[in-house]
Design a protein around this ligand. Structure first.
Ligand SMILES: NC(=O)c1ccc[n+]([C@@H]2O[C@H](COP(=O)([O-])OP(=O)(O)OC[C@H]3O[C@@H](n4cnc5c(N)ncnc54)[C@H](OP(=O)(O)O)[C@@H]3O)[C@@H](O)[C@H]2O)c1
Length: 397
């Protein structure tokens, strides 16, 4: 008999880059974890393959047609019930049988289910950084009120979590912390001139030098908006003012982030750039399990470089800081405008250098209000999307 109680895990966004890595880690530890439910948007074939391999209780497809296709293609003896839409997603995020929820839906669409998991007091493995960017206040309140265990999956925040002091309850504290050093690879255009960056194509933007990720986050890495969103995420997760979060460009992506202390110490977490490390950490915390990641060979690595970010060539980092200073719904507006602009860039409707211009104008046009409910946040998100769509229409190249 296994020495561990098997944990039931719902993987929201199971067909994406984080979802696939999560299922890889789960499959290495069948005595500890079971993929209890899987969810995707429209990728029927991929979800079907995952259902056959993991035999979950539930599979959710957001799109009703896709749900119907999946339902009719799964063998009845598998015993997997197919649900659909937001209702299905919320069900598998909160069901009493679920121990842990991997929140890995991409973008603002991931907020309601991640928030529901937090409200339901689950172990929440948070990959969907947009949840904290859009509704950090509501999200952290939900975590504190329900007693949910929030484990950051973004490699940088996971590294910071690992380097922070632990309080008497075993949770990360801030005693003696002077600042957090958030590392950034600098993305594929780190050494490009402003003119080269302006002419960048979606393929070039998605070719990240170190990480294999979904297309949206890959573009965010190329603009440095990913680091801007992570800055906001760090402020909420670790209850720090933005001035205490410094971005340091580290092109090798081996140091995943650092914490600097009042006594001059700097603690860092290092490892090969493979998301299975933070995923395994989130699943097993406070224990450690095999993640399938190759051991780091520092001698073969040879050198680790650090430099300051250039907000002249990469204005998105400045825009994210401005959104933090503006407070309220400004961060949700920044996120929504970015999503619209990135989608337009990936579709070839605007140039790469128009992405920050759309975000800046949307932030200027949408008034900031207090984000005291999910409805207020969703309304700010909708207004920002409408504004950004209009701006995209005017800028079309
Ligand atoms: N990839 C990384 O290394 C990484 C690192 C740190 C943080 N993150 C964060 O993790 C999240 C996921 O990133 P990713 O790179 O894994 O994204 P991805 O590869 O694009 O996968 C996104 C997943 O979400 C599903 N999805 C898309 N729209 C949805 C909707 N409206 N409702 C429900 N599900 C939907 C997709 O299903 P379909 O396949 O059907 O479209 C897919 O399963 C993002 O918030 C990202 O910022 C990612």
């Amino acid at each position: 008999m296994s020495q561990f109680a098997q944990q039931a895990v719902s993987v929201l966004g199971s067909t994406g880059s984080i979802g696939v890595s999560t299922l890889d880690v789960i499959a290495r530890h069948p005595d500890r974890y079971r993929a209890w439910a899987l969810a995707a948007n429209t990728s029927v074939d991929a979800l079907r393959e995952q259902c056959l391999a993991h035999r979950p209780e539930y599979a959710v497809m957001m799109c009703p047609d896709s749900a119907e296709q999946l339902r009719s293609s799964l063998p009845a003896e598998l015993g997997t019930t197919v649900l659909q839409g937001e209702e299905g997603l919320l069900r598998i995020a909160t069901d009493a049988s679920v121990d842990a929820v991997m929140a890995a839906v991409v973008g603002a669409a991931g907020l309601p289910s991640a928030l529901a998991a937090a409200r339901a007091g689950k172990r929440v493995l948070l990959a969907n950084k947009e949840s904290l960017v859009m509704a950090g206040h509501l999200f952290m309140d939900a975590v504190h009120q329900s007693g949910a265990l929030l484990l950051p999956i973004d490699s940088e925040h996971n590294a910071i979590f690992q380097c922070l002091p632990v309080d008497r309850g075993g949770r990360p504290g801030r005693a003696g912390v002077s600042k957090v050093l958030l590392t950034a690879s600098g993305g594929p255009f780190r050494t490009w001139s402003a003119a080269q960056i302006a002419a960048a194509t979606p393929e070039q933007a998605c070719a990240h030098p170190n990480w294999d990720m979904g297309r949206k986050i890959s573009v965010d890495s190329a603009t440095l908006m990913n680091k801007g969103l992570e800055l906001i995420e760090a402020c909420w997760l670790f209850d720090l003012p933005a001035e205490q979060v410094e971005v340091v460009v580290h092109p090798q992506s081996i140091v995943h982030s650092m914490v600097q202390y009042d006594d001059g110490s700097v603690l860092a977490q290092l490892g090969n750039p493979d998301m299975r490390t933070p995923i395994a950490y989130g699943l097993a915390w406070p224990e450690r399990i095999d993640a399938g990641v190759a051991p780091l060979d520092l001698i073969a690595q040879g050198r680790l470089d650090f430099e300051a970010p250039d907000t002249g060539r990469f204005p998105c980092l400045r825009l994210a800081r401005e959104a933090v200073s503006a407070g309220g719904t400004a961060m949700a507006v920044c996120n929504a405008a970015n999503e619209v602009a990135v989608a337009a860039f990936l579709d070839g409707r605007i140039g790469f250098d128009t992405i920050p211009a759309i975000i800046e104008q949307t932030l200027a046009d949408i008034p900031v209000v207090e984000p005291d409910s999910l409805a207020v946040v969703e309304s700010a998100d909708a207004q920002a999307r409408a504004c950004a769509h209009t701006l995209v229409g005017k800028r079309k190249h």
